[in-house]
Ligand binder design. Sequence first.
Ligand code: GLA
Length: 336
Amino acid sequence: MILFATQALGGNSDTLRSRAEKKGLFIGGAMRLYKETLDDPKYFETFKNEFNVIVPEHVMKFDATHSSEKTYDFSGGDLIVDFANHNSMKVRGHTLVWHEAVPPWVNQYKYSRRKLKAILHDHILSVVTHFKSKLLCWDVVNEAIGEDGKISREGIWPRIDKGKHLGDYIKNAYRWAHQADPDVLLFYNDYGTEEINKKSDGVYNFIKDLKKEGVPIHGVGFQVHISYNEPLNEESIRENFKRFSDLGLLLHITEMDVGIPKDVPLTPPVLEQQAEQYRKVFGACLATPLCQAFLTWGITDKYTWINQVTDMTAPLLLDEFYLPKPAYRVVKSLLD
Ligand code: GLA
């Protein structure tokens, strides 16, 4: 089976990774460290053959690294960094400030603004210092802007800021991360921002202001969690990517997956439609001067968050047997 799948992926010589490296690009996926994947050598073999950048699916988030006020645990992140170093790959750090993956000791206790700010400061300094010089970049802030383009009040962290100062916690997060590791690239990451719309306008204007104020921010991540049949306006994506690139920001596609409802049979036309979504987004990235990385949220349909959390399935480039899908071939042909 392993031999067959390796052949089906084209052996070691002609892979997504080999093609991306010829173009100076990063191609990768989110790595899951659960028993199911740890017991599956094919998973890690595929990562190192096909990809050159990894983002941890869970192990660098707040709840995984900082489960009580005085307890830090970097073991999962260290494993991923070791695996990456061993195989000449890079790691995207994900993520320092997000309204999800916040442990109960932070969420359930009513702290003062000052104390909450101190907790976030300590978290960012400790985590970024631990991984200093080991990462390509950090998603410092994840999903802080709402559909209306305004800074969201969702979750615990915006409580640090009073009324019209909403957003200061974000600026400080970038400053603190930069102090801890002045060489690591700092990103803002969000979903629903690939086209020009209210939300991407909000992200664009916010980052533009941060840059004007001298806040250290170097890149923007587009998650791109979408479905196989949602309309995607390719021209709007290209224009949108261009405006961010014109600000001098690096662009990463950080979490792309293209779900198919579980009740839709995975016929060739459906899989082609899925591949077409990948073509539009990856094509736009390749057409954008500062777009340097393309990552999917997982690498095989065998392990994907959407199976548990949504009514969709089969969102990735490789099927559950690690065999390439039409989407894989499209991404590969764009790297020709
Ligand atoms: C968001 C987060 C990711 C991951 C995905 C899917 O996009 O940024 O870390 O949790 O949702 O679960």
